[in-house]
Design a binder for this molecule. Structure first.
Ligand SMILES: Cc1ncc(COP(=O)(O)O)c(C=O)c1O
Length: 401
């Protein structure tokens, strides 16, 4: 189907919650995408940090195909072999002991919120159900996760929202200390605020949050939906510090492109959930778990965590070396391959994104003057060099150079 036809059908038949760019990809391989007209694109968005292993990784494709032929779905009424193996693997890789599987990041966070409240009900009493989150956070689009998201623009049209959330500025320990009271059961944060602008906290922030949580006997929930699974150059974002959360959520890159989310917790907290407390028809199905198991294997065997750390540093340097001298770069921030290119105030990120796309590079305009780069973790130095060249030319063109 021609791109034009896809656009026409989408505009006529889809609820208008998205405003897509004028492109429809039909094929992908590694860091490359193609549209129906055969145009090739270098992908530095990776489905918004989803396709860490690259598009259509052979191992993941084979695992999905084999599992699809064998058995796709039964139910959590029965044991599910790949789900059991995936839970074991995530427990081995992280602080966690047990998992609940969902289908998305928002659902993983819903599970974490319910788990924290269930735990609090058992350990702290029924009037201790509040969760403190951060302004500029992003935790999802369901009602509870919109309530957890400290950004009014996502909340305003959808009131009434579930109560029990309080917000504090990110990276501000005194504000958090002030906000925690006898009704608080948990603090929920991203290790780097991703959608909110790639906001990296100070090195001592998460350790101080952990200390506060311990002092008050409350849970620390880390939303690693975007930062998890190698993206920041460690398996999980919290591993840049010496602390561990009580609960962690994952999604995005867990399935190598296939939808799956996970809520991971230590034994004491995880077992606050009892049969009947939470469930999902599709969560942890055979197909999604087979995809995730293959994805974890690829991340490990191909050294993608290390690659993200190494290439992230190389890409940052290239951006500084090539974009810097134009005078149109403010700075680059982020960790590993979760990067924000902060452009000069005169440069529109949306216009830059459009110019890049026209030149065959997919980047994401995250804010007015911010470009997000979240390529697949398999990205090479050559691909980074190509991307930085296109991006530099695009920024120059936007500036009218
Ligand atoms: C940190 C974080 N949490 C949760 C979500 C929501 O994930 P999903 O869109 O899979 O529901 C996102 C999505 O961008 C995210 O970045």
């Amino acid at each position: 189907m021609e791109t034009k036809h896809t656009m026409e059908l989408s505009q006529q038949y889809l609820m208008p919650v998205y405003k897509p760019l004028p492109v429809a990809f039909v094929r992908g391989q590694g860091c490359r995408l193609w549209d129906a007209e055969g145009n090739q694109y270098l992908d530095f968005v990776a489905g918004i940090a989803v396709v860490g292993v690259g598009h259509c990784h052979q191992r993941v494709v084979e695992a999905i195909a084999a599992q699809a032929r064998q058995l796709m779905h039964t139910s959590n009424l029965y044991y599910i072999p790949p789900q059991a193996q995936l839970a074991q693997r995530l427990a081995q890789l992280s602080f966690g002991d047990r998992c609940f599987f969902a289908n998305s990041g928002a659902e993983a966070n819903e599970a974490a919120i319910k788990l924290a409240r269930r735990w609090a009900g058992q350990h702290r009493g029924d009037d201790c159900k509040d969760i403190v989150t951060a302004y500029q956070s992003f935790h999802g689009r369901t009602l509870a996760t919109v309530a957890a998201t400290g950004q009014e623009k996502f909340q305003k049209p959808f009131h009434p929202l579930p109560p029990g959330f309080k917000y504090v500025p990110f990276n501000d320990i005194p504000a958090l200390a002030e906000a925690i009271d006898d009704h608080t059961c948990a603090v929920m944060l991203e290790t780097i605020q991703a959608e909110g602008g790639i906001n990296v906290p100070d090195d001592d922030y998460l350790p101080a949050v952990r200390e506060l949580c311990d002092e008050h006997g409350i849970l620390l929930i880390l939303d690693e939906v975007q930062t998890g699974l190698g993206r920041t150059g460690r398996w999980f974002g919290y591993q840049h510090t010496n602390i561990q959360p009580d609960v962690m959520t994952l999604a995005k890159s867990l399935g190598g492109g296939f939808p799956i989310g996970a809520c991971v917790a230590g034994e004491d907290v995880a077992t606050a959930f009892q049969p009947g407390d939470h469930a999902s028809t599709f969560g942890g199905n055979h197909l999604a778990c087979a995809a995730a198991l293959a994805t974890l294997e690829v991340i490990e065997t191909e050294g993608l965590v290390e690659n993200a750390a190494r290439i992230g540093a190389v890409l940052t340097q290239m951006l500084q070396d090539q974009l810097g001298p134009t005078g149109l770069l403010d700075h680059v921030r982020g960790k590993g391959l979760l990067l924000a290119v902060q452009l000069a105030d005169s440069i529109s990120a949306k216009e830059t994104q459009r110019q890049c796309l026209a030149a065959g590079l997919v980047v994401n305009a995250l804010a007015e003057h911010t470009i997000r780069l979240v390529p697949p973790l398999i990205v090479t130095e050559e691909e980074c060099s190509e991307a930085v060249q296109i991006l530099t030319e695009a920024v120059r063109a936007v500036a009218g150079d």
